[in-house]
Design a protein around this ligand. Structure first.
Ligand SMILES: C[S@@+](CC[C@H](N)C(=O)[O-])C[C@H]1O[C@@H](n2cnc3c(N)ncnc32)[C@H](O)[C@@H]1O
Ligand code: SF4
Ligand code: SF4
Length: 448
């Protein structure tokens, strides 16, 4: 008798204008994709899909709970299960094997791990000021308890970054070999791609690598090499080819600074062709990034929009009331733990993996405060018409510009409002319709 099991632990995003079951998008730690709008009864049903209940068990439990006979609910249940299997969210397994069916916010949902502070390149804006390895960098022994924890709680995705993670071959292969047999966990590397030879790509693949994110900052060698260093363009593009030839899913990430902004469109067109997906982001004032690397508000708007399509904007429109602060932990190369990759401020350090238990950290008042942050806890966002589209944007950015977690993300307010207007005026039909509905629900809620 097969058991019904969630293929990954999803997260429920509870917003005042709807509740959504979300999963992480590929292995991009910062992005959640809503897969289904749910209500209380769907959530109850999903909670039973933990790999230890059969169809009959679940129907009996639901019938007991609702008072309705099994025959009355069976058809709706079967339809739901068929749909969710089609979406790749549920599966039947022959042997019982437990998975937490819905993320309880008592541990990280996903982890980004800097496995080294060292880098073979010296990008002028590097957010982690990577260079020579530091003596207190994590060792494999330091990582053993963390990897056991990730396996036990099926934390996914685990994204290895740095510095340049591929400098630490032994560590990368150890992590891949430990985690790749656990099918609910996605493990990937975020790399500059320059160290990937045919042989290294094969070793990574053999150890279980199926996802990589590779940085490409230019559409040609002159533009890319200007930020990454002479000769890097060719090596990176070759590295991407080696990975893709083996079947590794490569997402290409571009960082736009003052150095390459003028080629934004060319870069977007180029990177959208060379991997299976792409993302274009802008430089934040961290690490080595200096004032003259940063973009102004208008330029940030163009970067934000270029991801969504330059002609008729097509983007993900679903209610959002928070960013992923606290749900996506960031661990730096010294083992210090922060509530998000962009929250590397000393006052927000919540522990160190050499000293602290990750579950214990989730009981601290600081992590609880991060988890309770929503757009509705920000006084100046409460009346904003686009608050459930924006979700309060990025709390790290809000803090960095406004000095508090409880202020709007003022660097992005105007770009986001302009993006909203552009979608309403000339967005792709479905995007426009969804956004219109979302703003209407927000407006109605404001009138309650
Ligand atoms: C810190 S790097 C580490 C992984 C690898 N060395 C690489 O460059 O892809 C991860 C990503 O952060 C981007 N990045 C670096 N400095 C940044 C900054 N100041 N603001 C925003 N992104 C930045 C890089 O371009 C890269 O795409
Ligand atoms: S951005 Fe990546 S490649 Fe560039 S210096 Fe930093 S860690 Fe190295
Ligand atoms: S656009 Fe600005 S004010 Fe409006 S919800 Fe977003 S951060 Fe808050």
């Amino acid at each position: 008798m097969p058991y019904l099991k969630a293929t990954k632990t999803p997260l429920v995003r509870r917003t005042p204008v709807g509740e959504y079951l979300c999963i992480s998008y590929r292995f991009q730690f910062e992005t959640f994709s809503p897969i289904l709008e749910i209500d209380e009864s769907t959530e109850k049903l999903f909670r039973l899909c933990d790999g230890t209940h059969t169809r009959e068990d679940i129907l009996q439990l639901l019938s007991k709970e609702s008072g309705e006979p099994v025959e009355e609910i069976a058809e709706g249940f079967d339809e739901f299960v068929e749909y969710m299997i089609g979406e790749g969210v549920l599966e039947w397994v022959e042997e019982p094997s437990f998975i937490e069916p819905i993320y309880n916010r008592d541990r990280p949902f996903s982890i980004t791990l800097d496995i080294t502070s060292a880098c073979n390149l010296h990008c002028p804006f590097c957010s982690v000021d990577a260079g020579a390895p530091r003596p207190d960098d994590l060792t494999i022994d330091d990582l053993v308890p963390l990897i056991e924890f990730v396996k036990k709680y099926r934390i996914t995705p685990l994204s290895m970054t740095g510095g340049e993670p591929l400098l630490k071959k032994e560590m990368v292969l150890y992590i891949l070999e430990e985690l790749s047999p656990v099918k609910e966990i996605t493990t990937g590397v975020f790399t500059n791609g320059t160290l990937i030879t045919k042989d290294y790509a094969q070793q990574l693949y053999d150890a279980g690598l199926r996802f990589a994110r590779v940085s490409v900052d230019g559409h040609c060698k002159e533009v890319h090499d200007a930020t990454r260093g002479k000769g890097t363009f060719e090596k990176t593009i070759q590295g991407i080819k080696y990975l893709r030839e083996l079947g590794v899913d490569v997402s290409v990430a571009s960082t736009i600074s003052r150095m390459n902004y003028e080629f934004l469109r060319e870069i977007r067109d180029f990177v959208s062709q060379i991997g299976s997906s792409f993302s274009v982001g802008f430089v934040h004032p961290f690490g080595r990034a200096a004032e003259d690397h940063l973009l102004n508000n208008e330029e940030i708007l163009r970067v934000t929009m270029i991801n969504a399509g330059s002609e008729r904007i097509q983007t993900n429109v679903s209610p959002r009331n928070r960013c992923c602060i606290g749900e996506t932990l960031y661990i730096n190369s010294r083992g210090d733990i922060f509530p998000c990759f962009l929250m590397q401020f000393p006052q927000f350090k919540v522990g160190n993996i050499r000293e602290n238990d990750l579950r214990a950290i989730y009981k601290t008042s600081l992590v609880q405060e991060f988890l309770n942050l929503t757009v509705d806890t920000i006084e100046q966002c409460r009346d904003c018409d686009i608050r459930y589209f924006c979700g309060g944007s990025c709390r790290a950015s809000a803090h960095e510009v406004g000095g508090s977690l409880y202020v709007p993300d003022s660097r992005r307010c105007e770009p986001l409002k302009a993006l909203t207007q552009k979608i309403l005026e000339n967005g792709e039909e479905n995007t426009r319709k969804l956004l219109h509905e979302l703003l209407e629900s927000t407006r109605k809620r404001g009138l309650l």
